[in-house]
Ligand binder design. Structure first.
Ligand code: ATP
Length: 258
């Protein structure tokens, strides 16, 4: 089975998702940051792990990372998020070296890590504590509008579906206006229909916000659908790094096969 993606990376996503913000608002978008890895490696107790790898993600690119279990995807994301420090090499976000968790990058994971004692707005504002109240309110409202959760600000987390919780997680990540958005299999716990519509909405949001995205997934089809570019990891190394345009599922399968 093969699948090709002919979406021009420079063209807006062909999504029918209910993206609520005005597409013309793209001029307001904050620019994404570039991400550069030079000779980065991290090995657990000197054995399995990742690297050394070199990678450059230009500002505003949507990069998907795929690979079989144990190929190093989570290690890569932990390094990018600053949860792990490279044992060798350097990671730069724009001109800044990543030395730990960074205010300009946010991570959305598979299971939403929302605070049950806060309402939806409280969760979305969590990363905005240093900002003035009015700014927090405006950012939270904007982020909830982006993910299609207008009117949900006062809801409690336990009242939400799995898909809505992931939308709130995404809104929380977007509210800080990150230069780099890291997504670790964010929709994999959801049913296929919800997963597909949220993925398309994410494309619409990315297009509006111009944020740089690194999206990790097990699903090769999802990577081809979402990414402008796909990096396949195998045994902690980059096995394939290609524009998704013209790339086939068979190419990806061959790259990650043992
Ligand atoms: N805490 C750890 N201690 C020792 N080895 C680890 C640890 N975490 C990961 N590894 C090893 O490092 C390698 C890469 O693991 P990693 O979790 O990054 O892969 P992955 O691609 O994210 O896998 P999965 O898709 O199953 O989550 C694997 O061989 C794994 O066994």
């Amino acid at each position: 089975m093969t699948a090709t993606v002919d979406r021009d990376p420079a063209a807006p996503p062909t999504t029918t998702a209910p993206v609520t913000a005005d597409m013309g608002a793209a001029h307001d978008a904050h620019p994404g940051s570039s991400l550069t890895l030079e000779g980065v490696s991290y090995h657990y107790k000197g054995r399995a792990g990742l690297g050394p790898i070199d990678l450059h993600v230009p500002p505003g690119e949507f990069l998907c990372v795929v690979g079989p279990s144990g190929s190093g995807k989570s290690t890569l994301l932990s390094l990018l998020a600053g949860f792990l420090r490279p044992q060798q090499g350097v990671i730069r976000l724009g001109d800044e070296t990543v030395r730990g968790p960074h205010h300009s990058l946010t991570l959305v994971q598979q299971e939403s890590a929302l605070f049950p004692w806060l309402d939806v707005a409280g969760n979305v504002k969590f990363g905005l504590k240093r900002q003035k109240r009015a700014q927090q309110d405006a950012r939270a409202a904007e982020a909830l509008r982006l993910v299609g959760l207008d009117g949900y600000a006062d809801r409690r987390v336990h009242e939400l579906s799995g898909g809505q919780r992931q939308r709130v997680s995404l809104a929380r990540a977007l509210a800080v206006k990150p230069g780099l958005l890291l997504l670790d299999e964010p929709f994999s716990a959801l049913d296929v229909q919800t997963r597909t519509s949220l993925a398309d909405e994410l494309l619409g949001i990315w297009w509006q916000q111009k944020v740089t995205v690194v999206f990790v997934t097990h699903q090769l089809e999802e990577a081809l659908h979402l990414g402008q570019r796909v990096v396949a990891l195998k045994d902690g190394q980059v096995a394939l790094d290609a524009r998704s345009k013209g790339l086939t599922l068979a190419d990806l399968q061959a790259a990650v096969q043992h």
